[in-house]
Every structure is written in C-alpha cells, then in structure tokens.
Write a protein that binds this ligand. Structure first.
Ligand code: NI
Length: 188
C-alpha cells in the first residue's frame, strides 16, 4: 500500500521520533508500505515521520545510484532506532533532495564517513562503517528522526534563495508527482 508523503510544514516532520519496541505485529507491513511509497516517489530513503509516524524507523534502497556512487550498489536497509557516529570531520558538499520538499535540491555539507548502529526488522543489532554517498543518505534520513530537514544545514543566503519554493509548499501550490499530505493551512 502506498502512503501519502507528509510535506514541509507538517508538524510531525519537526518532532523527535520515539524508539521502536519489539513485538509490534504491524511492523513488517509498515516497512513494506514504506518501501512501496519510496519506490513510487523515486526516493532512495524514507523516514517514518515522512509518512506521519513519529517513530525511529528508516528504509533505504540506494542501489539505483550505484553507477555514480559504487558504495551504494545493492545497499538496502531497514534501520530501527539507528545511531550515527561521525568518524571524520571533513565535510563535502553535494546536492540533496527530500520527498518532503518537492521541487527543491540544494548542496549540503556533510561528512562522508560514519559508524552506523541499528536494529534490523527482527530487532537484531548491526554495526557498520559507511562512507561516501551512502553515509550521506543515512545522515539525511536519521536527521528526520530528530525533526531535522536538510534545509536546516543551509546558509542563511541559500535559505533566502529557496524561500518562495518553501512558501509554495506551505500554501499547497507545489505540484507533487506522488500522493502527498500538505501542511495544515495557517489561520491568520
Ligand atoms: Ni528527506
């Protein structure tokens, strides 16, 4: 089942997500739905807050980027309660986009070498050092679990530059190619 993607301005995107506990019988279905939603909207990652659930759950399938970024080849993850540790301080700028911010893509500075700890769908623990664009995807998605969006990393000047595009999402004027949930209208 495809789920609507919550867009910029929806309050759930700014909440700090809660840890998942084992024993949720709906988890497998939810993970399946998140993958379907991500593939339909041609994303490489999706965090649970983006489908309106404030829970520490992320799905990633980066394989489609393997031609450009070999480290992404065959990499598909379900991340439950993930933790990111930054392993080196050198930041690199690369373009990012987000399904919650349609029509916008901006360069974001991030380190490209991290240690990731997470639980899989069966709540088995994993730990891996990840680098390159894959590390960037993971950081972007884990940011969602803390209520952060990639535009929070932009300089004031770049933020000013995309102000109109953000406003268009908030006011429901942005067209979205996938099912989306627009933010509640502000009363004035
Ligand atoms: Ni995103």
């Amino acid at each position: 089942m495809k789920l609507p993607v919550y867009l910029y301005g929806c309050p759930v995107l700014r909440e700090t997500a809660k840890d998942l506990e084992p024993g949720n019988p709906d988890l497998k279905k939810l993970v399946e739905d998140m993958f379907s939603t991500m593939y339909l909207s041609e994303g490489v990652g999706l965090a649970a807050p983006q489908i309106g659930r404030s829970e520490r759950l992320v799905v990633i399938d980066a394989d489609v980027l393997a031609d450009t970024f070999p480290e992404c080849k065959g990499r598909k993850f379900v991340l439950i309660n993930p933790e990111v540790e930054i392993l080196d301080g050198e930041s690199i700028s690369r373009a990012e986009g987000c399904l919650s911010l349609p029509g916008i893509s901006e360069e974001v500075k991030r380190v490209e070498h991290i240690r990731l700890r997470w639980l899989d769908e069966d709540f088995q623990p994993h730990e891996e050092e990840i680098s390159g664009f894959l590390a960037r995807i993971v950081q972007h998605e884990v940011d969602h679990l803390y209520g952060r969006l990639y535009i929070d990393h932009l300089s004031p000047l770049r933020k000013q530059f995309i102000r109109t595009k953000l406003h268009n999402i908030l006011s429901g004027k942005t067209r979205c190619d996938y099912p989306a949930k627009y933010p509640p209208k502000k009363r004035k």
